[in-house]
Design a binder for this molecule. Structure first.
Ligand code: SF4
Length: 352
């Protein structure tokens, strides 16, 4: 049975400081500054269950603050209320928190109440970026927290921001590798967004920090998605939910993940075409789940491939007998199969 994750937001609760970029009210849509009571928690569970048609296992997730920095009595009250709610017993629970607030005592409390996953708001692994974002810890703190959580067999998610002040692709990828090596199970990647009326907005206006340009941030995201795929680490989210803030930047486009996956897909297909040197009608056969990213945003991949070489008619067709891990090219002489992993490792040699 598929599991439904039900978020319960605790905006800014437990946070040691307000990070310069953070605007939880806009990100989560929650404006309250108090911790949820039983009525609120049960209301959210009811609301999310009402959206589903078939029965689902549920997992209650406390997001939007620093859960493990709350007084222990409040952590226990929230977890117990969620666990014993009168609507449906959760199969598991998860919390998101700050890397500085992980200790053996914290982990013991979480496990006692059925928490199986901890998402760490890592944001950056570069000391200067963390300082600029008003986050008072180091990469070592993050690594120690992950190792402690993994030792206790908890699932660990790392939430990372892309486009932090002074960030470079090299620095970002080094930090990403450290997070993978420490045992992170899954990732969320968020482009840094400058929300109005935040300290970050003033810092950017006053030129106190320099943010990487859009092109650099997109390249970093592309490199990160490739590297994590090669490491078999799921990326469960790319980008913030729609914030209602108008922005022309592709980084804040709701289709951001699709756009980056499409860039990767076109590079793979171009590489295959170069390698095969076939002409005539050439059809990529793709499982329907991967079809949109191969065709590309507004069919741009298809157009790019067909513009590139004369004498070829490139098509991309849905074929659900094909798995995701291989690339299939149908030519006039038959079907040629390629390993996606091998292609990625070749095209993005420096990340494999
Ligand atoms: S710790 Fe998280 S929720 Fe709290 S202010 Fe920083 S980014 Fe926002």
């Amino acid at each position: 049975m598929r599991r439904l994750i039900i978020p319960i937001f605790i905006p800014f609760q437990g946070c040691p400081e307000r990070c310069v970029y953070c605007d939880q009210a806009t990100i989560t849509g929650e404006v309250t500054s108090s911790l949820p009571d039983r009525e609120k928690i049960e209301g959210e569970i009811n609301k999310y269950l009402s959206y589903t048609k078939s029965p689902r296992e549920i997992e209650v997730a406390f997001y939007g603050g620093t859960f493990t920095a709350l007084p222990a009595s409040e952590q226990e009250r929230l977890l117990q209320t969620a666990r014993d709610n009168s609507i449906q017993q959760p199969e598991a629970m998860r919390v998101s928190t700050h890397p500085s607030y992980i200790s053996p005592e914290v982990i013991k409390l979480l496990k006692n109440y059925g928490v199986t996953t901890v998402e760490l708001g890592v944001q950056s692994m570069e000391t200067s970026a963390l300082k600029n974002l008003r986050r008072d810890y180091s990469a070592e703190t993050v690594i120690d927290a992950i190792k402690l959580l993994k030792k206790e067999r908890l699932l660990v998610g790392s939430q990372l921001m892309v486009g932090c002040p002074e960030e470079t692709e090299k620095g970002f990828m080094k930090g990403l590798k450290e997070l993978v090596d420490a045992g992170t199970d899954f990732f969320r990647l968020y482009p840094l967004q400058v929300f109005p009326n935040t300290a970050l907005e003033a810092m950017v206006k006053n030129k106190k920090v320099l943010l990487p340009d859009e092109k650099t941030a997109l390249l970093i995201l592309e490199a990160a998605l490739v590297y994590l795929e090669l490491q078999n680490k799921p990326v469960i989210r790319v980008g913030l939910p729609e914030s209602g803030i108008s922005s022309d930047s592709l980084l804040h486009d709701p289709s951001l993940k699709h756009r980056i996956l499409s860039r990767i897909a076109v590079k793979i297909m171009q590489h295959v075409l170069e390698k095969t040197e076939k002409s005539g009608v050439l059809t990529f056969l793709v499982n329907e789940k991967k079809l949109p990213e191969h065709i590309g945003y507004k069919k741009e991949n298809l157009n790019t491939l067909n513009e590139a070489v004369e004498g070829r008619n490139i098509r991309i067709q849905c074929d659900n007998t094909r798995n995701f891990d291989e690339i299939f090219l149908e030519t006039e002489e038959g079907i040629i199969e390629f390993s996606r992993r091998e292609l990625l490792a070749t095209i993005y040699r420096s990340y494999s």
